[in-house]
Write a new protein. Structure first.
Length: 321
């Protein structure tokens, strides 16, 4: 067979076969395999701890080893460095909650065939709100310092983290001497309070409500909106920006943080695939290009609109006239 054709077939296989590695990792996380492999253990020992089938456990552990998440010496397995860093609870870069959330997404994405016909979301996996909010922290903790470093904080004394979930960005703003407020739904604020250290929490103003309906406050020099707009329609986002405009002081800034999507909406893969995530999980959301968000800002009374790339995300900024 032509080498080029074979290479193309192999690349295609990576696309359709990606679910296999994903399912192995998600299942291992669900069973907290990595928690029990801080020190070396045999497959039989792990099966005994987890209450799982011996043969099935050994096959799973071998697959995790092949994927680079475990190391195997004789019959004993232990965590590889990447698992130690990201998949063992208590570490600063822990990503296990993101994997728990991804397990819910797995079930929802499995209904994509029907979603394509109806245009309606599929929530077969339900929604583990605790895992979702903690997953947002897993995502933000890897990038929070770089993101806030890229925000113009000159003259900012009061800031609002709107729809800020676990408060990862709120905490970073507070650490920089800014009077920061976190606004989100009551059940989200409840989770955030358990995640933020008391010494920092006392510096944060917690506001509970639905930002589409309830008052978000006034007198802010900065309103920061991270990974929120992709859940809603263009009209909903424009309406929210009008509310943000009224909440800002004169010359106050709004900063929108989203996954990057090119103006043709077909690149890069992360942004385009995240639109699928919103198709499956929401009634009207998708990824948006910076040009779209800048247009909304202009339409809702903001000037000096700008964009700044940050690896796989983008900041879009506007100033209140």
């Amino acid at each position: 067979m032509n080498k080029i054709i074979l290479q193309q077939a192999q690349e295609l296989a990576k696309l359709w076969g990606g679910f296999r590695a994903s399912r192995v990792v998600l299942t291992a996380n669900n069973y907290e395999v990595f928690e029990h492999l801080r020190s070396g253990k045999t497959a039989d020992e792990i099966a005994g701890i987890l209450g799982t089938d011996n043969r099935a456990t050994e096959i799973l552990l071998d697959a995790l080893t092949a994927l680079g998440l475990l190391r195997k010496t004789g019959p004993r397995y232990r965590n590889a460095p990447v698992a130690k860093r990201f998949l063992v609870k208590g570490g600063p870069a822990y990503q296990g909650d993101m994997l728990r959330h991804a397990d819910t997404l797995w079930k929802n994405w499995s209904g994509l065939d029907d979603v394509l016909k109806t245009g309606s979301p599929n929530r077969a996996g339900g929604r583990n709100h605790d895992a979702f909010i903690k997953a947002m922290h897993n995502n933000a903790v890897l990038r929070v310092k770089d993101v806030i470093d890229a925000v113009d904080l000159r003259g900012v004394k009061r800031a609002l983290d709107l729809g800020g979930g676990p408060g990862t960005y709120t905490v970073e703003l507070a650490k920089r001497g800014i009077s920061a407020a976190l606004f989100d739904l009551p059940n989200t604020i409840e989770i955030a309070r358990t995640m933020i250290r008391p010494s920092i929490a006392k510096k944060i103003h917690f506001r509970e409500g639905d930002f589409h309906i309830n008052d978000i406050g006034k007198g802010y020099d900065l309103v920061f909106i991270s990974q929120v707009f992709h859940s809603f329609s263009e009209d909903e986002n424009r309406i929210l920006l009008k509310k943000v405009h009224e909440a800002l002081n004169p010359k106050g800034r709004v900063v929108i943080h989203e996954f990057y999507l090119d103006k043709n909406r077909a690149f890069p893969p992360l942004g385009a695939l995240f639109s699928i995530n919103m198709l499956v999980n929401t009634s009207s959301g998708r990824s948006y290009a910076p040009q779209e968000m800048k247009r909304w800002l202009s339409q809702t009374g903001f000037k000096n609109t700008r964009e700044k790339m940050l690896n796989d995300t983008v900041l879009v900024t506007g100033v209140r006239k």
